[in-house]
Design a protein around this ligand. Structure first.
Ligand code: AMP
Length: 293
């Protein structure tokens, strides 16, 4: 595989309890940075940034070590690791958050290792926009910034989020989050409103319907790789993001980067947590990428 530029990836690192129609699993390795790091790390380009408690399991560290260029920006602090619980509805797409325990994330103040602060690619995966801004400010080489977010921040920290969006090159967002952010059901109008807020592109993630990328004068749409049994959709968006950024950092087109992200996300949802992602064969990944239009 082609070696890409390094990507600094900020996000949550946690232990998830997930209930879907296929069962319930506790304390699975999860978090937006985790999913994104594994996806980008398959192509060898990830440097994760996050914090864990002293209860974080050894296999969590092992997985990060395997998929990261270095884990110097993962801080371990006395206390409990971030925990999140979610239950999916029968339709497999909608979910309820059952609990969010910030643990050591509550007082997290990321300090980026000097050796990593001159990166050219920054993926701000879903986390509090104040943390996303803190990391962006420490990057010394005006990186290309790709930002993801969620409805919680749209509803609780709108001002901070808007100023971060202004400094973002590409915003990744779910369809329903875009509707909440811009307060219109019309996706095309909403996407162009976001473009007027600063980003050069916005990618709207449509779940099982694929994704659309809007820029001022172009729109690119792609579908999905059909997965017959969606066991656990958690992290699909983060995996899409990690795969997408790794493609961009290698100089692939936006379309091909979206195909890579989409193919990786199709593996993510085939099993609980990150387990299927850890067992992707190169040929099956290539086959899925090539089949996505
Ligand atoms: P996704 O399915 O792409 O929304 O990502 C799910 C991941 O986001 C899970 O592994 C959770 O640990 C993580 N997560 C849930 N809530 C939050 C939050 N408020 N901030 C950061 N990460 C979160």
């Amino acid at each position: 595989m082609k070696k890409s530029d390094k990507i600094l990836i900020l996000g949550s690192i946690g232990l998830d309890t997930i209930e879907t129609q296929y069962g319930k699993k506790e304390d699975l390795l999860g978090g937006s940075a985790t999913y994104a790091t594994i996806a980008a790390g398959i192509y060898g380009s990830a440097i994760p940034v996050g914090i864990v408690g002293d209860d974080f399991p050894k296999d969590g560290y092992d997985i990060f070590s395997k998929y990261s260029i270095n884990i110097n920006n993962i801080e371990t602090k006395t206390g409990t690791t971030f925990r999140w619980g979610g239950r999916y509805h029968e339709n497999g797409d909608d979910r309820d958050t059952l609990f969010t325990e910030l643990g050591v994330f509550e007082y997290f103040e990321p300090i980026i290792d000097e050796k990593d602060s001159n990166i050219s690619w920054l993926f701000l995966a879903n986390i509090h926009p104040a943390l996303q801004t803190m990391v962006l400010k420490q990057c010394t080489n005006s990186p290309y910034v790709i930002t993801d977010t969620m409805n919680l921040w749209i509803n609780t920290t709108a001002k901070e989020l808007r100023s971060l969006i202004n400094e973002t090159n590409i915003l990744l967002i779910n369809e329903s989050e875009l509707v909440e952010l811009i307060k219109t059901d019309d996706i095309i109008t909403a996407a162009h409103k976001v473009l007027s807020m600063g980003p050069e592109k916005i990618i709207v993630k449509l779940g099982s319907k694929g994704a659309r990328c809007f820029s001022k004068d172009e729109e690119i749409s792609i579908g999905v790789y059909p997965v017959s049994k969606v066991i656990d959709p958690t992290g699909a968006g983060d995996v899409f993001g990690g795969g997408f950024v790794s493609g961009m950092s290698e100089g692939l087109s936006v379309y091909d980067s979206m195909r890579r992200g989409t193919a990786l996300a199709s593996f993510c949802i085939e099993d609980f947590g990150v387990s299927r992602l850890l067992n992707i064969r190169h040929e099956e990944l290539e086959e899925r990428i090539n089949s996505i239009k």
